[in-house]
Design a protein around this ligand. Sequence first.
Ligand code: 2P0
Length: 375
Amino acid sequence: MAEERPLARVTCTAPVNIAVIKYWGKRDNDLILPINSSLSVTLHQDQLKTTTTAAASRDFAEDRLWLNGEEADVGHPRLQACLREVSALARLYGAAGEPSEQGQPSEQGQPSEQGQPSEQGQLSEVARRGSGSACRSMMGGFVQWQRGERPDGRDSIARQVAPETHWPELRVLILVVSGEKKQVGSTAGMQTSVDTSPLLKHRAEVVVPERLALMTRHIRERDFEGFGKLTMQDSNQFHATCLDTFPPIFYLNDISRQIIALAHRFNAHHGHTKVAYTFDAGPNAVIFTLADSVAEFVEVVRRSFPPAINGDRFVRGLPVGSASLPGELLAAVVTEPVPGGIQYILHTKPGPGPQLVDDPSQHLLGADGLPRRSP
Ligand code: 2P0
């Protein structure tokens, strides 16, 4: 019997991020280089996360990959690019994880003018090769994916604008509208937009650079009024570029539009921006708000979209207090209820970047390198 050689296993979790200045369009499809910079909020992994285990052994004859327990195609060009980049970084850092002489990453998270990017910055380059927006999930809190200038993409990386502790009152409500698969995938959709939408070109060249500077300031100053208004405006412009695409792309549905109108009635009633919506390549809404407004807005949503079934599991995630709505607010904000329009609400908040899982019982791959039956 052959002697068993050691198997290295590492398990990490990674968060979801939601863009407040949207990425839409590539200038290089192979390297996944965007036409504009973008900015997102990393969500807390107590509510939403992915878990990945990597196993390495000299005894393995080939690369294999499982997604949700099902074996997947390891030959996918994006996956191959990630594996190549990871191997290159492993060679650079050596087995001990220490930088070798060729690469001296700086201590801080900020890439200097000519210097090397931070470790997370370098890893964000790997993530970017898998899916553009994924690179922003390599850091917690508020994260910018800088467009970069170089044709080789070495400067198209993520950097943290502020950590998750910067704005402790900020909360996120995900309003799950529909489980339907989106009609046009992001990768194909944004390519058609780049090819046909003059609005997208103007957005990337003129609007986004101004908005990034403004959004960064609103975040640094914890200015919810400014942050919320610009978040809504940028979501709306992203969906306007989708309508400007030919043939047009529609990601919002009737419920999405009702949520938009509801948020504006709610803010108008209060006389300032209490909630801000943003929508990506699908009909679900993500609402940003502050902790002291969560209970009231959730009650407004419950009255506007009375849960059909599962009423007890309508609100998930972080606890939500109860709120009774004043009569004028009800009359002004809750117009025509749409039963069952929203499946459930997930309450979460900004959170940290990827986490290493110490507990070996959490590995998704067994000592043989194959998926465990139940993790
Ligand atoms: C974003 N979205 O900034 C924007 C807003 C959707 C709307 O990034 O082709 O899945 O893998 O780079 O990252 C979706 O695009 O596309 C996306 P690829 P990705 O979050």
